[in-house]
Design a protein around this ligand. Sequence first.
Ligand code: KMH
Ligand code: ZN
Length: 277
Amino acid sequence: MTTDKLLITVAPTGAETAKKDCPQLPTTLDELVETAQRCQAAGAAMIHVHIRDDDHRPTIDVGRLTDTVTALRESTDLVVQLSTGGSVHDPLDSRLKVLDAEPDSCSLTMGTTNFGDDVFSNPWPFITELYLQSQDREVVPEFELFDLGHVAALHRLLAKFGLPYGGRVHVDLVMGVPGGMPGTADALVAAVAALPEQVTSWSATGIGRSTLAVALASLSKGGHLRVGMEDVLTLAKGVPVEHNEQLVERVVRLGEIAQRTPMTPAEARELLQTKRR
Ligand code: KMH
Ligand code: ZN
């Protein structure tokens, strides 16, 4: 699976950080579009999207999500991936409705995980329902794996329900969440070794201070990268991220050292076999 192309996904907003604590977090549609354009120019090919309401609080309102998908499609070429994880407070039935916004891709987390002081709930019946709906709606899932148990659950899902829409299996290792697997090279190697044989591409992201360790380990193993202010808010101790573009630029530079060229959005669509919309 080693490749000289590097898929960079930007996750610019997330659901955990408050705007008042981080005014540079893109929370309005205009800010998101501006961020997406600059991150694409810097080397990102996919965007993992969480949106906010008028008070900058996380929302998964389908109307707003649909407008967001439309705006991102009109203003960028990025593969648009909507989060079905939302925030830890979003109910499961609302999270299923995210697919109504017809994104290219959706996140699909493979198990419940402790999430700091909270619980990010992903019971098996929810996972299977979301998977079946993604197949039916022709949306390419990105399997989010926070733990080794989630890798095992992916084996089970693929064995029982077959391949995703498009026939490719793309996963993202989300590492260093307090409650999930640690953001270390050792954990990454163990998780990659355990991936199902059907996996055709994988990326990794390290939360907080684990961001660099995970990025370097992923590059060493031939993996792809996710970065963004959903996952990390500082460039170094005491140095805040001012714009998501900086995080994309940084991994483009790391990729150059590893002789990896950023994938274009068109190449990412080919890799993931997303539907032409
Ligand atoms: N905000 C987290 C609770 C996803 O986007 O699918 C869930 C999350 C995963 O960010
Ligand atoms: Zn997310």
